[in-house]
Structure formats: structure tokens, C-alpha cells
Write a protein that binds this ligand. Structure first.
Ligand code: SF4
Ligand code: SF4
Ligand code: SF4
Length: 501
């Protein structure tokens, strides 16, 4: 007991409530505890015979609750038959952790392999494994390799270079694929967009504004899938514990942005610790950036990083990082201190972070956007391209100075040209579509996603952006819904505002 750490001793009543009824640990049931326990710690729950009965997470304000003898002390995560609580004589290594969990890890591996094989037996579509060089995609790759090699089924490894990857990651990917003898099964694709050019339009990516994923990753992936026949099963290392959105998504999902893709995660219910222990058990080389302290491997501009990781990125990337932060501070009008505090990682800050007047300004901007009903188009070519995009949604009647748009319900919108302005007479729903269409016509970043999406090869690339061929287009509308400029011109009103003015 003297050597034991992170324990909490409970009485018989609490033991019964936890083990028999599956309840959480409440204050009246606590008899004693390790004084070093802190809020959020994982602890062993031991009974009066000093046998481990459960593992739980210490709740907020537990000391106060204990003094008042009321409230929840620990949320119980797992409970089992009482076991002798063994205290290791020496400091445990990761090897000890793997050994102690070996049978559990083997069970998780068997379950994942069976799942992969079952999914692949049900479909003849080609199989891709998305590999980013991070731990989750590495675990997924190892599992798919084991599952499909024993089944004798082909698969390909897909790596997408966004152009803002760490050089260490690119080198590591080459090394590990060589070690796994998967070089000749690798499809390596690159973004069609220069991230830093797109940055001028969208502004810095943020946790609530990940335009970079759509513009830099999806089109090359869509083309890779097209080259495999237009349909595929893609194994992706996503885990439900990463976010509420991923939890809702499930272990199998249909691609929304990339048509023909079914996403599958064999590690959907794994924890971070499960993944690490599995990789240690497999003894594979890990991305060296983890040893520098990064928790997530993505692009070096990624808004998912925390403040500690920002310091590490600064060390790894050097002057380019400083240049990027300077650009961010100018584009978002943030002070040096605010940039250092990482406020750029959110596009729409939580209300309590807003400076005085900012909330009102946002409301004013949104109202302006909805009420303006006017766009600025100077060049004849731009107007022609706008009309070609509007034809993907409307029947278009161009009568010189006035254009009439008719949708399927014969509802009308009118565009009137006045020098360099187009004035729109339409209900808000039409106006917002026209505004998004204008964004596509004037601010296309040439990500090529609509080219990959269009079933009729109806989109043509011009110097200034895209134009839709009216002969080939069947007005299915798909290209609009996949376009990141279309999607974000309303989500980020600063884009639309720039077009209006
Ligand atoms: S990893 Fe981060 S920066 Fe890179 S594309 Fe995804 S969200 Fe954007
Ligand atoms: S996806 Fe192709 S066919 Fe469909 S609306 Fe767009 S351009 Fe037309
Ligand atoms: S119009 Fe097409 S190429 Fe241009 S940004 Fe949108 S999806 Fe990408």
C-alpha cells in the first residue's frame, strides 16, 4: 500500500453498487485514497481486502465533495471480478505495459482483422488504405495488411501530399512503406492547389473552418478513386473518441464530398492507448515527430495543434512558421499576443472571447450579406462564366441587360446589369445560391474537385477559373455541392463580402 499510487479504497456498499449495479463511485462510499490523486486522474478502485475492482476517472471538485460526503467522486470506466492488486517492484516500461496487455491487444487485433475481412468479402470494389504517417493510420495499415494478405486480396496505400506536410513525415512515409514492402502498392497524390495562394482567399484554416482538407486533399483522392474505376473501400484510421462528429459517423460511412468512396475504420472503438500499445507490440518504426513531442501528425499549419505543439512546430519549421504567423496576424487583425495565444485556431470565436463590439459587428456583417442582393462583376468573361455556373441550377434566359432564372418549381430570379454591378431581384434562397455561384465564378482556387465530380466532363478550366459547358451539363448540381468555395462563401462571410465589394 505504501508503494501503490492512484488508488481509492471503497466500502462494501460502494463495491456492490459498482460491481453489481454498474454505478459510479459516490462520496459516502470512499474510505481512504491516495493523497496525490488529482481531478481527471485515472485511478484504481480497491475494496476493503485491497483487491482491485474497477478503474475510474476522478471527477471535478472531488475533495470538496468528499468533505461534504456527497456527490460523484469517480466515473467508473471498467469494473470486473475483484483481483489482487499487484504493485510492481520496479518502474514499468512500455514493454511491461505491452506484456501486461498482450492478450487484450491480440483480441482487439483479431476483432479488427475479422471486421476488415468481412467488409472486403462483401464487396468487389478496390481497397485503399489512407496513410498520413500518423499513428492511427499506421495501425490501420498494419491491420489491413494482415487481414488482406491472408485473404489474398489486393489493396493500395494512398498518401496525399497537401504541400504543407512536414519534411520528416514525407521521409518517414517512404521509409516505413519500404520496410513494410508496400512501395509498389502505393498511390502518392499531391494537392492541385498551392495552400498559400488559397490562404489569400480563405484566410487561415481554423478548427471550425477546415477549408484546407477540402481544397488540398479531396480532389487528388477523388482522382485516385476515379483511376481505380470510380468506386472503392477506403480504410481510414478514425476513432470515435476523437470527436462527437466521428462518434455519430460510425465505423462505416459513405463519402459525402468524394463520391464512390465508402470509408471504413477498423480502429473505430480503440483508445489512444490501445493504438500506442498495439504499435509497440508490433515493433514498427514510428514517425520521428512523435519523439519531438507532437501528439498529432498533420500539416504544420494545422489548427488542431495545442499551444505546446505550437512551440514545437516553431522549432521544427523555423522562419517559415514565423512568416505564416505574421500573415495570420495581418489577415485576421490579431495582435502578436493573440497570435501567440493561438486565437487564430478558431474562425468564429466563442462569444466570451469576443472583444467589445465584435458580436455586433458579426451580426451587422451577416445582415449585410443577406440584404445586399448585389454583386460586382467588371469583366464580360466573368459574367459569361457566372451564367454558365447558374445554368447548373437554373434555366437561364439572357435578354441582354436582364437575365431571368427559372428553377424546377418555375420560381423566378432576375439579374439586372448596371455597369459593373449586377442587381438581383429574388427571394433570399435564390440570392444565396447566386452569391455562391458568383463565388465559384470569381474566386475559384482551381482545386479540381468539381472536375473529378462531374459525370459528364462538362467543366472546362480557363485562365481565370472554371466554365461549364452548356452542351454537356445536365444540371445535376453535384459540382456546386462539392466545391469548397461554394461551401465556404456563406460559412465565412468575409469571402462573400470581398466579392460584393
Ligand atoms: S491536417 Fe490540418 S491543416 Fe492539414 S488539411 Fe487537415 S485540417 Fe488542414
Ligand atoms: S456536375 Fe457536371 S453535369 Fe452536373 S451540374 Fe455540374 S457541370 Fe453540370
Ligand atoms: S469551382 Fe471547381 S475547381 Fe474551382 S474551387 Fe470550386 S470545386 Fe475547385
Amino acid at each position: 500500500k505504501q508503494r501503490a499510487k492512484k488508488w481509492i479504497l471503497v466500502d462494501r456498499g460502494a463495491e456492490e453498487a459498482i460491481v453489481v449495479q454498474g454505478r459510479n463511485l459516490l462520496a459516502p462510499g470512499v474510505k481512504d485514497y491516495d493523497e496525490d490523486i488529482r481531478e481527471g486522474d485515472f485511478v484504481y478502485v480497491v475494496n476493503e481486502e485491497w483487491k482491485a475492482i474497477a478503474v475510474g476517472k476522478i471527477a471535478r471538485g472531488f475533495k470538496q465533495k468528499l468533505s461534504e460526503r456527497r456527490g460523484m467522486i469517480a466515473k467508473i470506466r471498467r469494473f470486473a471480478e475483484a483481483k489482487d492488486a499487484e504493485v510492481l517492484a520496479k518502474k514499468a516500461s512500455w514493454g511491461d505495459a505491452v506484456d501486461a496487455n498482450r492478450s487484450f491487444l491480440e483480441m482487439m487485433e483479431r476483432k479488427a482483422i475479422t471486421f476488415i475481412q468481412e467488409v472486403c468479402r462483401k464487396s468487389d470494389d478496390p481497397v485503399l488504405v489512407s496513410f498520413s504517417g500518423g499513428k492511427d493510420s499506421l495501425a490501420t495499415l498494419l491491420l489491413v495488411k494482415k487481414a488482406l494478405e491472408s485473404l489474398g486480396k489486393e489493396f493500395y496505400v494512398l498518401f496525399t501530399d497537401t504541400g504543407i506536410e512536414y519534411p520528416e513525415t514525407i521521409n518517414y512515409i517512404k521509409r516505413i512503406l519500404r520496410q513494410l514492402r508496400l512501395e509498389d502498392k502505393t498511390i502518392s497524390v499531391s494537392s492541385f492547389v498551392n495552400f498559400f495562394k488559397a490562404l489569400d482567399l480563405f484566410g487561415p484554416p481554423a478548427r471550425d473552418f477546415r477549408w484546407c482538407c477540402k481544397t488540398c486533399k479531396l480532389a487528388p483522392i477523388a482522382y485516385a478513386i476515379k483511376s481505380l474505376g470510380g468506386k472503392c473501400l477506403t480504410f481510414i484510421g478514425l476513432r470515435e473518441m476523437e470527436s462527437a462528429k466521428r462518434r455519430r459517423q460510425g465505423a462505416v460511412w459513405e463519402g459525402i464530398w468524394v463520391k464512390g468512396q465508402v470509408g471504413i475504420s477498423p480502429i473505430y472503438d480503440w483508445s489512444t492507448l490501445n493504438v500506442w500499445l498495439y504499435l509497440f507490440k508490433e515493433g514498427v518504426e514510428l514517425n520521428p515527430l512523435y519523439y519531438k513531442g507532437l501528439e498529432r501528425i498533420g500539416c504544420w499549419v494545422c489548427p488542431s495543434m495545442d499551444l505546446a505543439e505550437m512551440r514545437i512546430v516553431e522549432e521544427i519549421i523555423g522562419p517559415s512558421w514565423h512568416g505564416y504567423l505574421k500573415k495570420i496576424s495581418e489577415s485576421l487583425s490579431l495582435s502578436e499576443q493573440e497570435v501567440k495565444l493561438g486565437l487564430w485556431r478558431w474562425r468564429f470565436k466563442p462569444p466570451r472571447w469576443l472583444r467589445s463590439g465584435e458580436k455586433k459587428m458579426h451580426r451587422r456583417q451577416a445582415r449585410y450579406l443577406y440584404e445586399k442582393k448585389e454583386v460586382r462583376i467588371e469583366k464580360e468573361d466573368d459574367f459569361k462564366r457566372l451564367l454558365s455556373i447558374l445554368k447548373t441550377m437554373y434555366e437561364v434566359h439572357d435578354e441582354g441587360g436582364q437575365v431571368t432564372l427559372l428553377d424546377k418549381e418555375r420560381s423566378i430570379a432576375i439579374l439586372m446589369r448596371e455597369k459593373e454591378k449586377i442587381i438581383i431581384e429574388a427571394e433570399s434562397r435564390h440570392w444565396l445560391k447566386i452569391l455562391r455561384g458568383t463565388a465559384r465564378a470569381l474566386a475559384c482556387v482551381k482545386c479540381m474537385l468539381c472536375f473529378a465530380t462531374c459525370p459528364n466532363k462538362a467543366i472546362e478550366l480557363r485562365q481565370e477559373g472554371i466554365e461549364v459547358s452548356t452542351e454537356k451539363c445536365t444540371a445535376c448540381g453535384e459540382c456546386n455541392y462539392t466545391c469548397p468555395v461554394w461551401a465556404y462563401s456563406l460559412k465565412a462571410p468575409h469571402i462573400a463580402k470581398r466579392l460584393l465589394e
